[in-house]
Design a protein around this ligand. Structure first.
Ligand code: PLP
Length: 439
């Protein structure tokens, strides 16, 4: 029982460095959060030692009498978190993360090369919803994730003018493409989802409807975003974003004559995964206990208020916010009018300890050179920041952008020269000192 510090000082030091980076910087990545001590304790518990292939009370290994209770508690709390009747809905809490959860649904409910429609990556969708890159020069199409290798995908998009999903185009395309599955949900969409519309389009074309609520699952649990459960056949989620749990995934399915329960459970194990990570499952369960508290409801409300305060402040400074604002936890900032790429601006923010990510914005021609950045409120709201803090953050972001534009003018178009110039820029140094103090 030698502590890590003594057993492996090198690794101990790396973890300390990362801890310090997380506290010193302003963490604005929309998919990240800070988990509680309770969640960390579950992750570092002896549950990690146990093999438990199978489902509660039907395992391939002995010694699972405690583990069965852990997993059942997680299932019970997961259904309760979304107000689901256990007679009508079931949940598999074993997916290691969001991507394997999505792939398990596809392999459970579709045949290889069936057709799917998900939100396009440059429109804010996720890689696992099916995405290709195209080479005009070579006239080729390349599947980027396993989803588009094994299934035929025709993505739908946001309207480049409004930034909202173009439901009319989706309707027309679905009528021609006849998908077996339509996927709602995304990674960079600042608006709520029209599930009734998705259902109507799915029904008109004999398609199943799945929602991947990974980004907004904490907001859905607290009623701060619409619930997809009334309309969808299947709902997947990660547990580490607005839900604030450990890294993991869950799949909710309707229990009916279509037999999704067996098909999904078997797709997770034995088709795609081996032994479940019960330490993760315990951590999800303990987070779901927190999600049910009034404090978590207040947290979710504050996440939305903070994102809105940031969007409003940036707009008041004259900047362009995709879709004109936000209804959830994230803001998409279109930097094209400022003539700087998202990649360069992300680097400039990194130089002052502000962590965010380059992102495609509506109207971008290619996912390779994103025209903006995605900024999220969940992590800093966990650190108790409120609207006035987010207005101050918008001021920092404004200062960084102005400094970055000056640097770009001097360093020229190459990102390598731009990045080198960031390191020595006195204006950025001064912003960094203030950011560190503020964080
Ligand atoms: N689905 C959505 C909408 C996501 O945004 C993400 C991750 O960012 C995933 C799935 C994949 O989750 P993971 O990274 O846990 O595999």
């Amino acid at each position: 029982l030698v502590p890590l510090k003594d057993h492996d000082p090198e690794m101990f030091d790396l973890i300390e460095q990362e801890k310090s980076r997380q506290w010193r910087s302003l963490e604005l990545i929309a998919s990240e959060n800070f988990t509680s001590k309770a969640v960390m304790e579950c992750l570092g518990s002896p549950l990690t030692n146990k093999y438990s292939e199978g489902l509660p009370h039907a395992r391939y290994y002995g010694g699972n009498e405690v583990i069965d209770q852990v997993e059942e508690l997680c299932q019970k709390r997961a259904l309760a978190a979304y107000g689901l009747d256990p007679e009508k809905w079931g949940v598999n809490v074993q997916p290691y993360s969001g991507s394997p959860a999505n792939f398990a649904v596809y392999t459970a409910l579709l045949r290889p090369h069936d057709r799917i429609m998900g939100l396009d990556l440059p429109s804010g969708g996720h890689l696992t919803h099916g995405f290709y890159t195209y080479s005009k020069k070579e006239g080729t199409r390349k599947a980027v994730s396993a989803t588009s290798v094994y299934f035929e995908s025709l993505p739908y998009r946001v309207n480049p003018e409004t930034g909202y999903i173009d439901y009319e185009q989706l309707d027309r395309d679905a009528g021609l493409f006849k998908p077996a599955l339509i996927i709602a949900g995304g990674s960079a969409y600042p608006r709520d989802w029209d599930y009734a519309k998705f259902r109507e389009i799915a029904d008109a074309n004999g398609a199943l409807l799945m929602m991947d609520m990974a980004h907004i699952s904490g907001l859905v649990a607290t009623g701060e975003q619409k619930s997809p459960f009334e309309y969808c056949d299947v709902v997947t989620t990660t547990t580490h974003k607005s839900l604030r749990g450990p890294r993991a995934g869950m799949i909710f399915f309707r229990k009916d004559e279509r037999g999704f329960e067996n098909r999904i459970n078997q797709a997770v194990f034995p088709a795609l995964q081996g032994g479940p990570h019960e330490h993760q499952i315990a951590a999800v369960a303990t987070q779901l206990k927190e999600v049910a508290t009034p404090e978590f409801k207040v947290y979710s409300q504050q996440v939305k208020k903070n994102a809105k305060a940031l969007a409003d402040k940036l707009a008041s400074l004259g900047y362009t916010i995709a879709s004109g604002g936000t209804e959830n936890h994230l803001v998409l900032w279109d930097l094209k009018p400022q003539n700087i790429t998202g990649s360069k601006y992300e680097k400039a923010c990194d130089a002052v300890c502000i962590t965010l990510n380059k992102n495609c914005v509506p109207g971008d021609r290619s996912a390779v050179t994103p025209g903006g950045v995605r900024i999220g409120a969940p992590a800093l709201t966990t650190r108790k920041m409120v609207e006035s803090d987010f207005e101050q953050i918008a001021e920092f972001l404004h200062e960084v952008l102005q400094a970055a534009l000056k640097i770009q003018e001097k360093s020229g178009p190459k990102i390598k020269d731009f990045a080198a110039a960031l390191e020595t820029d006195p204006e950025l140094q001064s912003i960094k000192e203030r950011v560190n103090k503020f964080a």
